[in-house]
Design a protein. Structure first.
Lengths: 578, 631, 161
């Protein structure tokens, strides 16, 4: 133990405790900007570059950064002396002197950490007016990069290179003109960016935000010639409540459905329905491959960030993921075929909007191959954050809304579809289905060792004489690890689930901003929300979803059959040289 | 040459080489001559290469091969007077030698034994010619330790180095000392880092030794980046072996088998000399596996910098060696604990290393007898700016600025008045006249707001504007800041902008307070040494030359007439003949004809300048045939 | 044009050989970039991508390093590179005026190349020839004690070449 004194309070801490950690034990709030703990990914952005967390240590000539200075025996620390406060204020003034002061129109207004600190330290003036270091803005189709608002904390670079190992974002140039972005000042669209959106999640300011489709959706909602229908991914319902001050992880499905209806969507559907379809198609594919003992392992394909990753980084492996479209794309194509026929709507008049916890889904919706007869399966993707904004714009008092149910058909789902939103869920859903298909019953409904928040989970199960070795990875660095194992034939698996975001969709790039994003508490709460929804469902096996069965009976026919392939499956491309 | 496999073999070799430098030392009375031609970067820029070629051609033509040898040498330090040619054994010291002078030197000096009088140095005070190097005032007060071999040995011949007591330290260390003994000796010598902060070298060695690790590294920081400092380059060009020997001793002391010299790519000559030296040392068994047959192995390779001043900071340097952007990281962990590739690493700069073999040769006690109480030994300064004798000087710690500037430096150029001296480069500060008699050492310099830095010493005279100088250094820092931490990245830029405004006549009264408070926060909060010291030029000039800042702000005047925006051109009525040339050439029609008749030509009228229209381009000044227009 | 292509592919070959001979890995990125710039005279995007692949490092890292160090350039240089020393010793002896004169004479700013691809004008910090301050270098050849007047003379020397 190390004995220290903070603001005259004696404290004993373990060795290797930073001053910041020690102060938090005493509930002393030292501000931070660049420091970021990515608990879920076991990674830290900790370059002590912003200098906001500086504190005074008796005997030291200079102020030291609390985030990266370790407590030493006898340290006498002052976290809020006049010297410290003055220095902190000056540093904030400097940051703001190189920052466009357009807070009211900024996407991060209200959730910006810099804005928050400026308020806390009473910055009302800009005494160091001068040249702005950067001004190039990239209004990409998915991610909007506004370098002028970047404070060079490097959190995006850490998450992009260390957690996701795609290394698109990096420091460029030197000194005052340093920026962070892709090599050669390229736009993200021209790089192997996966659009996982984790950079957006960790950005403390408005430098990285999403390109919004809210305006376009509002416009379509007021177009009387269109049938605008909406579907919602599972992970949205356990995070949306955060935007309306509800407890972490609370399941707000009923209020969410009610608000979507009031916003004006003609039909409100559940992507979980399509997740059940995915389970049927994917487990069928797995059983086929197991039978032939060929092309194993099967890799899940419902995460578009992950698909972008494999297409660019492992182009020689693009034949092994399941050919299933991701659930919301299946859903879109079903709405524009099956449902259109049922309702007597012209598919051309249908607009499918997906509410997703994800930015890569925006990219995915624009993929050419995900369309039928020139009509996109999904027309627009909105994130959880965007939905929150629309609810507020519509003047709805979210907390007072009644709980409502999804529209039918395409509204029913099993618990297996719900757990898609959390790492391990897709494979668990498939295992339930395989058990049921092979044995006619499900002994193990929950695979609790797949519920953990670990980045890589490996498990073995025996089902009707089949010994299956399965793995889950969340976070693309972990995905890379598993793919290298397969590629080098160092390990064998039968099925692997991969999610681009650490923890799965619950911590997707489109989820509500949180000051300490990716902290285990949040991810765990959202995951528990999904697990409880699963447990509350009367059916927890996809093939018991009656509406799904009707769909197959009335329209698709065989699982894995011709029509299924046309509507529910896709192809992937090797994109090595892009 | 076979690898030396034992101490005995080395001792035999060094005995055989004993007479090698006799002529150069002037110990012998012989009819043989050695012509040493300075081949430092400065002199090479003035055709010293061609001079060597010419000498060799002449020697051949005159069949003097048996009698005369022409060799290159490292920098003599007296760069102002380069190229320098020294003739041994009689120590004749010729300055500003040109290719066409070679023939006379061969004919008159070598063949006819007369000194070529007009090539000797002239003492500007007495107008007397001085024949021998040691009699020139520039050298008189110097004490050369780090530069001991520079200008003396042939830097491309390890034998000359050995003949000049080279490698005797390493032999002594390997033969009779434990690593702990070695560290104690360095500690006792009181040697402090010559690259910047002045950290005690022995302590650094001890810390690195104490770190437990299979693998450790020794690094020589040769990324000399201070604008106006070139002592490290001169040492590597003139005495590369001393650095290599010292690193080998360092490797033995801390328990390392691998050394890295991190050097600026802009120093091609030094790189070449180091490469030759490393090759020769390997050949002689003084580098590589089992040095001199002992269990100790050590080798060195060279890594290039690529133009980043911040890489002089040791953590940034280490990242650069690792192939990364040279951004500093927070200390602790210090490199002594976790440095290159996470391993314990000993980083010293070139000049520090160059002192090490000397310490073991003469003993810590003798070394510690030189200098002041807390700063032992000598310091090399690159003397430049408005000074008569530009060059490299090495003086004992404790020498005053006055001695360096007036006795060694020969005073201020063109009889101008001394205004300030700047030490420590962009990290240092300006020293005004009132501190000119302070003995220079680490602590005194810090206490007057400057720092030792690597040893740049720039002299300024009354035509230098101190606000402009501060702006110059800040401009350098802004360009060289790595951009990692907020105070250095944005703070220095803002300091620069304020200085720019002041120089442009747009300064406001609160700017001085702003400069001061912002400077103090930057010092207090920046991540690395570069950032923490970057406001020093502002703070020190503000302290010593506040009235000059005030003149810029309040009176909109630059007392040194340096800042163009504050300059006012005016036409001297007594000189103007009314030719109108200025008005015709003025690009903005700021010059108009008055109705006052010229005193010198009653038919024509005087001209005047409208200060509001004038853009201070200076066209009128250069076009006035009578030089009637000035600032 | 064909000649040019041949030269470029020869440069790539030489670069690969250099990496192989020295058994270089990602840590030697800076040494590899030095060699690449020596061969190609500058570091265009394709060369950086090639190096990234060769050393198995992300291209963003290569670009990050190239854009950090002032020695590396992504712009093609002129046949004659004029370097004006702006080190302190040269600065206090008026090298800023000399740079301005070059800018005026060549009609380009510091860091730029003339349209005909003949001259590149750059500045650097201290070549270590402070005794000759102010100093100008053209393709490595040093001109000491430069003045505003000698700028014309220096340029005249390269007029015919």
């Amino acid at each position: 133990m190390v004995n220290i004194k903070i603001n005259d309070i004696d404290l004993a801490v373990e060795e290797n405790t930073t001053i910041l950690q020690a102060a938090r034990k005493l509930n002393i709030n030292i501000p931070t900007l660049c420091h970021l703990s990515l608990h879920v990914a076991n990674e830290k952005n900790h370059n002590s570059s912003c200098r906001i967390c500086i504190v005074e240590v008796a005997g030291r000539r200079n102020l030291v950064p609390a985030c990266s200075t370790y407590c030493q025996e006898g340290m006498d620390i002052k976290t809020h002396s006049l010297r410290v406060i003055n220095a902190r204020r000056t540093i904030l003034e400097l940051l703001l002197s190189d920052h466009p002061l357009e807070c009211v129109t900024c996407d991060k207004n209200g959730v910006c950490i810099l804005q928050n600190l400026a308020q806390k330290y009473g910055i009302t003036d800009n005494p160091y007016k001068g040249e702005l270091s950067k001004d190039n803005t990239e209004e990409g189709s998915i991610i909007k990069r506004n370098n002028a608002k970047c404070i060079l904390c490097g959190a995006c670079e850490t998450v992009c290179s260390k957690v996701q190992t795609v290394s698109i974002l990096g420091h460029r140039g030197r000194g005052f003109k340093t920026t962070i972005g892709p090599a050669f000042e390229l736009s993200l669209e021209n790089t192997p960016c996966t659009f996982c959106g984790q950079c957006v999640s960790v950005c403390p300011t408005g430098a990285l935000t999403q390109t919004s489709s809210i305006g376009k959706v509002w416009k379509l909602l007021s177009d009387k010639t269109k049938h605008v229908v909406v579907q919602v991914a599972p992970a949205v319902r356990v995070a949306l409540g955060e935007l309306f001050d509800r407890p972490l992880g609370e399941v707000v499905t009923g209020k969410m459905v009610a608000s979507l209806r009031r916003i004006g969507f003609e039909k409100v559907f559940d992507t979980d329905f399509a997740a059940d379809v995915t389970v049927l198609e994917e487990s069928h594919e797995l059983l086929e491959r197991l039978k032939e003992k060929k092309n194993l392992p099967i890799l899940t394909s419902c995460c578009p960030g992950w698909i972008n990753f494999i297409e660019h980084q492992f182009p020689d492996l693009v034949s092994i993921p399941s050919s299933c479209k991701s659930p919301h794309e299946m859903f879109g194509s079903l709405v524009k075929s099956y449902y259109a026929e049922k309702m007597g709507w012209d598919p051309k008049d249908i607009v499918v909007v997906s509410i997703m916890p994800c930015l890569a889904k925006k990219y995915e919706a624009n993929r050419k191959e995900l369309s039928q007869d020139g009509l996109k399966d999904v027309d627009y993707v909105l994130t959880t954050r965007e939905l929150g904004k629309m609810i507020k714009e519509a003047g709805l008092n979210f907390n007072d809304l009644p709980d409502e149910d999804f529209d039918s058909p395409l509204g029913e789902s099993s618990g297996a579809g719900v757990i898609f939103g959390s790492s391990g869920g897709v494979i668990e859903a498939a295992l339930r289905q395989i058990q049921y298909d092979l044995t006619g019953e499900v002994k193990n409904i929950e695979f609790t060792n797949l519920h953990s928040l670990d980045g890589v989970k490996i498990s073995e199960v025996d089902i009707a004489g089949n010994h299956l070795r399965i793995a889950c990875a969340s976070g693309l660095g972990n995905a890379r690890y598993l793919l290298e194992l397969i590629k080098s034939k160092k390990d064998h698996f039968d099925a692997i689930e991969i999610m681009a975001c650490p923890g799965g969709c619950v911590s997707g790039g489109g989820q509500p901003f949180h000051k300490r994003k990716l902290s285990k508490t949040i991810v765990k709460a959202r995951r528990d929300g999904l697990l409880s929804e699963d447990r509350n469902k009367s059916i927890r096996i996809s093939s018991l979803n009656q509406q799904v069965n009707t769909l197959y009976k009335e329209y698709i026919g065989e699982i894995g059959g011709e029509r299924a392939h046309k509507l529910l499956h896709t192809v992937f491309f090797s994109k090595e040289d892009e | 040459m076979e690898r030396l496999k034992s101490f005995e073999e080395f001792l035999t070799l060094s005995k055989n080489l004993e007479g090698l430098l006799d002529i150069k030392k002037g110990n012998v009375d012989s009819d043989k001559y050695v012509i040493s031609v300075c081949s430092g970067t400065g002199c090479q820029a003035s055709e010293s290469k061609e001079i060597v070629e010419t000498f060799n051609k002449l020697i051949k033509e005159n069949h003097l091969q048996d009698k005369v040898k022409c060799l290159i040498s490292g920098c003599f330090g007296f760069c102002e007077k380069g190229p320098i040619v020294k003739i041994s054994p009689d120590h004749a010291f010729y300055v500003k030698v040109r290719v066409e002078d070679c023939e006379r030197i061969i004919k008159e000096h070598i063949i006819e034994h007369h000194t070529v009088e007009d090539l000797l140095y002239v003492n500007p005070l007495t107008n007397m010619r001085i024949r021998k190097q040691e009699d020139i005032p520039f050298y008189k007060k110097q004490h050369r330790i780090a530069l001991r071999n520079c200008g003396f040995i042939n830097p491309e011949d390890i034998k000359e180095y050995i003949a000049s007591s080279g490698y005797s330290s390493l032999v002594k260390v390997l033969q009779s000392m434990t690593p702990e003994d070695v560290i104690k000796e360095v500690t006792d010598s009181g040697l402090r880092g010559r690259g910047g902060g002045g950290f005690p070298t022995g302590k650094k060695w001890a810390l690195t030794r104490a770190s437990n690790s299979e693998k450790k590294y020794v690094i020589c920081n040769a990324d000399e980046g201070d604008p106006g400092a070139f002592m490290d380059r001169s040492i590597m060009e003139g005495d590369p072996f001393s650095v290599i020997e010292a690193m080998t001793i360092g490797g033995y002391a801390i328990g390392s088998d691998e050394g890295v010299i991190y050097i600026r790519a802009e120093y091609p000559l030094a790189v070449g000399r180091l490469k030759i030296a490393i090759e020769q040392a390997r050949k002689f068994g003084l580098l590589g596996k089992n040095i001199l047959g002992t269990d100790f192995s050590f080798d060195i390779h060279i890594k290039f910098g690529a133009g980043a001043f911040v890489c002089g900071e040791e953590t940034a340097l280490i990242h650069s060696v690792e192939g990364e952007r040279g951004e500093p990281t927070i200390k602790p962990p210090f490199p002594a604990v976790a440095g290159l590739f996470g391993k314990p690493t000993l980083v010293n700069n070139v000049e520090t290393w160059a002192n090490v073999p000397y310490i073991f040769n003469v003993g810590a006690k003798k070394f510690a007898s030189i200098g002041t109480e807390k700063s032992k030994g000598t310091k090399v300064f690159a003397l430049a700016g408005k000074i008569n004798n530009v060059g490299l000087v090495e003086v004992p710690m404790g020498t005053t600025l006055r001695e360096i500037i007036y006795d060694i430096g020969g005073g201020i150029k063109n009889n101008h008045k001394f205004k300030a001296a700047q030490t420590g480069g962009p990290s240092g500060g300006c020293i005004a006249e009132d501190n000119i008699d302070i003995p220079i050492d680490y602590d005194n310099l810090t206490s007057i707001g400057s720092m030792m830095g690597s040893g740049g010493l720039i002299v300024m005279d009354d035509t230098d504007c101190m606000v402009d100088i501060a702006k110059f250094y800040l401009g350098f820092t802004v360009e060289e800041s790595c951009g990692k931490c907020t105070p250095c990245r944005i703070g220095n830029k803002r300091l620069y902008e304020i200085l720019e405004r002041i120089c442009n006549g747009e300064g406001e009264e609160e700017d001085l307070e702003k400069l001061e408070s912002l400077s103090n926060v930057i010092k207090d909060t920046a991540l690395c040494g570069l950032g923490q010291s970057s406001p020093n030029p502002v703070l020190s000039t503000l302290k010593c030359f506040r009235e000059e800042y005030e003149a810029h702000i309040k009176d909109k005047l630059c007392p040194a007439k340096k800042c163009k925006a504050l300059a006012r051109y005016h036409i001297d009525d007594n000189l103007c003949v009314g030719c109108g040339n200025c008005a015709r050439k003025c690009p903005v029609e700021a010059i108009y004809k008055t109705d006052i008749k010229s005193k010198r030509n009653s038919k024509l009228f005087l001209y005047q300048i409208d200060d509001h229209k004038c853009i201070r381009c200076g066209t009128c000044e250069s076009n006035c045939p009578l030089k009637a227009i000035s600032l | 044009m064909a000649d040019n292509q041949e030269k470029i592919s020869a440069n790539y070959k030489a670069l690969d050989q250099f990496i192989e001979d020295n058994n270089y890995s990602s840590h030697d990125l800076i040494a590899v970039l030095h060699e690449a710039q020596r061969l190609f005279t500058y570091l265009p995007e394709e060369v950086q991508r090639h190096i990234a692949k060769k050393l198995s490092i992300p291209v963003s890292k290569v670009y990050g390093v190239v854009s950090f160090y002032s020695f590396f350039t992504m712009n093609k240089k002129g046949r004659f590179v004029i370097n004006v020393c702006l080190g302190t010793a040269c600065f206090v002896r008026g090298s800023d005026k000399i740079l301005a004169e070059f800018e005026e004479q060549l009609g380009i700013k510091c860091g730029e190349t003339t349209e005909d691809g003949k001259y590149t004008l750059t500045s650097l910090r201290c070549v270590g020839a402070c005794g000759l301050a102010p100093v100008v270098q053209v393709n490595g050849k040093t001109y000491g004690n430069a003045t505003v007047e000698t700028v014309k003379e220096i340029l005249a020397e390269y007029q015919e070449q």
